[in-house]
Design a protein around this ligand. Structure first.
Ligand SMILES: N[C@@H](CCC(=O)N[C@@H](CS)C(=O)NCC(=O)O)C(=O)O
Length: 218
């Protein structure tokens, strides 16, 4: 069986799955899909109209589809148990799943809608960036997430089990979108989180994608 990731590289959720694959050494092809201009029949494949979707391609070319980054990562973890990124021990697993959910839902929405879309995505689409909206998000909406993550990471290298897990990838991916928009959390207020993000974004699994995406954004 072959894998094809359907999605756009700038999506934090597509990047989450790609980094997960890079860390585990899983091969796949990427088929570009923009959710704002999807191909015909897209909602048959992705009922919520979202990216990413993983296509499972059989030798005869037939395909089955799995939407949602969390579902995709859980599936791939079972298919490729080497270099585990989802803990098995129940408490660690619960903590990891919670951080993944926290990052994928509210954190991603705050950064995506409040910073990335009005600045980087607007620029990519030839519109005037709305820096006022981004600054407003950074001053009023984002700090509660940064405070929580700063407290959770403390002086540890990773969020869960003292080793890389999907929680680290899920948190770090949205901050790539913040960086693409020209912003980063204030290191004097959130030093441990900023140090964590620098370590994560410097890993081979993230760094290659970040460099390629920067080129796309010009
Ligand atoms: N929970 C989903 C969220 C995916 C998501 O929201 N993707 C965005 C792109 S970053 C999307 O496709 N948005 C289009 C839409 O919601 O119509 C996941 O983890 O895959």
């Amino acid at each position: 069986m072959k894998y094809v990731i359907l999605g756009a590289p700038l999506s934090p959720f597509v990047r989450k799955v790609r980094v997960f694959c890079a860390e585990k050494g899983i091969d796949y092809d990427l088929e570009p899909i923009t959710p704002f201009d999807p191909p015909q029949g897209w909602t048959d494949i992705s009922p919520l109209g979202r990216i990413p979707v993983l296509a499972l391609v059989e030798d005869d070319g037939s395909r089955r589809y799995l939407p949602d980054s969390s579902v995709i990562c859980a599936f791939l973890e079972q298919m490729h148990p080497d270099k585990p990124l989802i803990p098995v021990e129940p408490v660690a697993r619960g903590e990891m799943l919670w951080l993944e959910e926290y990052a994928d839902s509210d954190l991603a929405a705050c950064i995506g809608l409040g910073i990335f879309r009005p600045v980087a995505l607007a620029g990519l689409m030839g519109q005037e960036p709305d820096l006022a909206q981004a600054n407003q998000t950074i001053e009023n909406d984002l700090p509660k997430y940064l405070d929580y993550l700063e407290a959770q990471i403390g002086d540890r290298e990773f969020f869960v089990e003292d080793r890389l897990t999907l929680a680290d990838i899920a948190v770090a991916t949205s901050f790539v979108n913040m960086a693409h928009s020209g912003f980063s959390p204030d290191a004097t207020k959130w030093p441990n989180l900023v140090a964590f993000l620098e370590r994560m974004h410097g890993r081979d699994s993230f760094a290659g994608f970040i460099a390629a995406e920067k080129k796309m954004l010009g």
